[in-house]
Design a binder for this molecule. Sequence first.
Ligand code: UD2
Length: 305
Amino acid sequence: MKILITGGAGFIGSHTTELFVRDGHDVTVVDNFSTGKLSNLASVKAGIKIVELDICDTEALSIACHDVEVVLHLAAVSSVEKSIMEPLKTHEINTTGTLSVLEAARENKARRVVFASSAAIYGDDPQLPKTESSPVRPLSPYAWHKLTGEFYGRHYHLLHGIEFLALRYFNVYGPRQDPASPYSGALSIFNDRSRRGEALTIFGNGEQTRDFIHVSDIASVNLLAAKAQGSLPEIINVATGRETRIIDVARIIQAGYDNKGEIRFEEGRQGDVRRSYASTNLLAQALGYEPLVKMDQGLLSLRGA
Ligand code: UD2
């Protein structure tokens, strides 16, 4: 299959690209290298096409999309915090960028667009686990960007017949997740700080929960979503179905290192969701997938990262 992966040099994108290459596909990666790195693609770069461009540049994107069957749209500013601090800039990349990807797919008669959506869309709806039909209650601009992307995708399906599938990723972790910014994923920050013997910061009381899924499982789901034949649901949760408290995972990560720092508590973050874990029934039914990586194995994979 000829596939185009936006954000293919990033954390999720590079693991996904590697898997598509191993599975024998013709892969074009599009990335503006704002957070993505060429080094993430070191093992596969000889066998793929890499195009440096911004997804908002629809003309260039459309050229890159020539003859592509499936577009996997992963490029985004994935930070909830950053979307609050920089709402216009992140809207441009996350929302206008998604529209641009859909437009490039339409112009090139791509069969399917698979969109990296997010559990952030559910916000603080008290119903747990979150199912694909749970109410949506975005708490951040980021969540609105992803919800808007889903609406645009549905619109392109209804109006132009493009197959559209939104994968609502829960909290993704694994090697290559950049711990450097305060906006990075919690587990990459906890791992990096614990390795250095530095203190961990918990925002709020640490009782907030997340459904953590390893990036290799995400890559597998992306591959299945691109390859699946026949009709698919519009939205699928991608998660493990397990609920983990932030304070617990912080302690587990710290315990894995000798030189322990303290755990400090700071005021909770704006827009922070309190409890989150998914129903994975649809993931199992529609794509036949059950995540393989257990938390202890997954955390070990961070140590070598
Ligand atoms: C993550 C994703 C987001 C979206 C969402 C889906 C990242 C960076 N963001 O947002 O893109 O997919 O999940 O639900 O992966 N925390 C601390 N200390 C720290 C860092 C974080 O206590 O040093 C807390 C934070 O306040 C939150 C939890 O840990 O309660 C997880 O934070 P996160 O930034 O990893 O992810 P989240 O859920 O905000």
